[in-house]
Each structure stands twice: as structure tokens, then as C-alpha cells.
Design a protein around this ligand. Structure first.
Ligand code: UT7
Length: 328
């Protein structure tokens, strides 16, 4: 059993942050950021809560699908930057979107979150005859978790949200989900409840860096190496499972972290960059929201059309990775 993406919606905050804006407080410049990452600008949420962005994207997806929110039976929200440790973003979004008959939970698979959530939605749809629609919402406010003294990480990320309404379908669908937890400390942020005076490293040496309390730490080189390996590997797995060859795929929609990662993967796969949807130039890396933001934009501007085959592949903290190959 596969899924049909009935409708999509996205929301990004108004405020744009250019590469030059970073040069005001860290030693960097537009040329370095553009050539090393492909990023030109990103959006910043300011005080807009993560759930607000998710709700706006959710409402737009519901409108696009032309369904009643009362027909949604499940809300899955993905975020590495939730507003609360509890309640879940999904519960708040369920209320704000009027999905009064839905169950709700959050899922954290970092930048692979949307892939995990879509696949989880499909499994719920397959096993629950009464479930008609699932609302998947990826919402992220990375700017609130960045170490703005660390020029190698703060320039990479941005904020935004995107959502999809999915239903059962017999269209093409294969997936694979994976994790390599041995690399977990390469990309991490501690919870707020670890006080600065607790010497975590010496008292309980768990191997994780404490970067500016709960701010994001990234070992860029290790994550880069991982990303350039798993992106092509994920596609090979999807291809083997489905029997669909790379030439038959209309669009590759990878996690939007660094254009050099995408270019390296394209080269390894022997696929032209023209087949890859890239939006990181204007949104930066929005973690779990990056793939659905790219898909939503490509649907809205007519690039992605009904009946086309899409390979969506994510990778990120965990270190998680995985992909979905489906007919749109
Ligand atoms: O969604 C999660 C997935 N995350 C990723 O996929 C990120 C993966 N990693 C990357 O994209 C890249 O490793 C980075 C963009 C983070 C870094 O690019 P790089 O080409 O690997 O640079 P580097 O770390 O090798 O640094 C090269 C130089 C260093 O200076 P020295 O030591 O050679 O003097 C850095 O200090 O560039 C310096 N540098 C900067 N210079 C200007 C690092 N950040 C900056 C900066 N502006 N913003």
C-alpha cells in the first residue's frame, strides 16, 4: 500500500537574514558561505513560536487538500526545535488546525524527520481502516538553538515549516529508514535542564560536547562525510526495493544542507544536477522542514507534477538517514 499526498502547505517567517548579516558578528563573508554551502539567505522566526509556523503550514495544507480538518485522524509533527519539552507540537497544532478527531504525537528524527513521519503515516494508514487522512507537519526554528559565535554552524540553518495531508493509495511507494547512533555526538544540542555548572564531560562522560549550553554543536567534516555516503546509498536501496532505476526518477528531493553534498551525491549516482530540487540557496538548512519545503515549492511552481516519481532522501543528527520513493 502506498500513499497519496492530497495537499501541501508551507510557511516561512518574513524576516530574511543574508550572508552579509552574519559578517556583522562573526568573521565570515558572503563569498565563503555561498561557495562552501550554496546558501545566500535564510528566514529567521524571531519570537514566532515553532507551533505557529507549523499551524500556518498545516492550515494551508488542509485548504490545499480541500478536506475538513475533522476528517484528519492523526497529526504527526517533526521538530528538533519544539517550543516545549511537553506538550508535543502535534497536540498544539491539532488544536489550532481544528483537527478535533485526531490523535497527535511528535517524532524526532532530526533532518530525516519528514521521511520518518511520512513512512509512519503510511504504516498507520495501512493498519487502521478508519483512518482517512494524516496531517504531517515539519516545523523548525533552528535560529533559537544556534551558537552565534560558531561561524561554521550558525550560517547554515534557517527557520520554516511545511505540511502534507496524506491518504491511502495504491500508487508506487517504497521506503527505508536507518540510523547510525555511533555518530550521534557529531551533531547535538543538550536539553535546557543541564545547568552550566554541571561538568557533564567529567562527571558523566557521554562523549557529547556542550556547546553554549543547549546550542547546536556540529562536527561539520564528519557529518559531511556521512551525508555524501548515505545520500547515494539511500537511493540505491530504494531503487533495489522498487526496481525503479535512476533514469525513471523524475525528481530527487534531498535534505537541503549544503549544495556540495548534493553535487557529490549527484556525481556518485551519475544523475544530472538538473534532476535535483534545490532550495537551500534561499532557505538554508531547515532540518526536518527542508524536504517538504522543497517539495511544496516545486509543486506550487509547477516543477513537480502529478504522476511523477520522486525520490526524497534525508540525513542528519542521530545520525539518521532514509528515503521514500513514491509517485506524486
Ligand atoms: O542537517 C544536518 C546535516 N549537516 C550537514 O550536512 C553539514 C555538513 N558539513 C558541511 O556542510 C561543511 O563541513 C561546513 C559547511 C560546515 C564546513 O565547510 P568545509 O568546507 O568543510 O570547511 P572547513 O570546516 O574545512 O573549514 C575550512 C576553513 C577553516 O579555516 P582554517 O582552519 O582552514 O583556517 C574554518 O575555520 O573555513 C573556516 N570557516 C569559515 N570561514 C569563513 C568555517 N566557517 C566559516 C565561515 N566563514 N562561516
Amino acid at each position: 500500500m502506498g500513499i497519496n499526498i492530497v495537499g501541501m502547505g508551507s510557511y516561512v517567517p518574513e524576516q530574511k537574514f543574508t550572508n552579509d548579516d552574519f559578517a556583522r558578528f562573526v568573521e565570515t563573508n558572503d563569498e565563503w558561505i555561498r561557495t562552501r554551502t550554496g546558501i545566500t539567505e535564510r528566514r529567521m522566526a524571531g519570537w514566532e513560536p515553532t507551533w505557529y509556523m507549523g499551524t500556518q503550514a498545516g492550515l494551508r495544507a488542509i485548504e490545499d487538500a480541500g478536506i475538513s480538518p475533522e476528517d484528519i485522524g492523526l497529526v504527526i509533527a517533526t521538530s528538533v526545535t519544539p517550543d516545549f519539552l511537553t506538550p508535543s507540537m502535534a497536540s498544539v497544532i491539532q488544536d489550532k488546525t481544528g483537527a478535533v478527531n485526531a490523535a497527535a504525537f511528535d517524532l524526532n528524527a532530526a533532518c530525516t524527520g519528514f521521511i520518518y513521519a511520512i513512512d509512519t503515516a503510511r504504516r498507520f494508514l495501512e493498519t487502521d481502516d478508519d483512518l482517512k487522512y494524516v496531517l504531517v507537519v515539519a516545523n523548525e526554528a533552528l535560529s533559537r538553538f544556534l551558537d552565534f559565535e560558531d561561524r561554521s554552524s550558525c550560517i547554515l540553518f534557517g527557520d520554516g515549516a511545511a505540511a502534507a495531508i496524506v491518504e491511502k493509495s495504491d500508487k508506487l511507494y517504497v521506503s527505508h529508514l536507518a540510523s547510525d547512533g555511533s555518530g550521534a555526538s557529531h551533531l547535538c544540542a543538550r536539553s535546557l535542564n543541564i545547568a552550566p555548572e554541571v561538568k557533564v564531560e567529567s562527571d558523566f562522560d557521554d562523549g557529547f560536547r556542550t556547546n553554549g549550553l543547549h546550542k547546536l554543536y556540529q562536527n561539520g567534516k564528519e557529518v559531511y562525510k556521512f551525508a555524501t555516503q548515505v545520500l547515494p546509498k539511500s537511493f540505491e536501496i530504494l531503487s533495489e526495493k522498487s526496481g525503479i532505476k535512476k533514469e525513471e526518477v523524475d525528481w530527487f528531493i534531498p535534505h537541503q544542507a549544503n549544495v556540495r553534498i548534493i553535487e557529490t551525491a549527484a556525481k556518485k549516482l551519475g544523475v544530472s544536477m538538473d534532476k535535483f530540487i534545490v532550495t537551500l540557496d534561499h532557505y538554508g538548512n531547515t532540518s526536518s522542514a527542508s524536504i517538504p519545503l522543497a517539495l511544496c515549492e516545486a509543486v506550487e511552481n509547477g516543477t513537480v507534477k502529478r504522476g511523477q516519481k520522486l525520490a526524497m532522501i534525508g540525513f542528519g543528527a542521530g545520525l539518521t538517514y532514509g528515503g521514500v520513493l513514491l509517485e506524486y
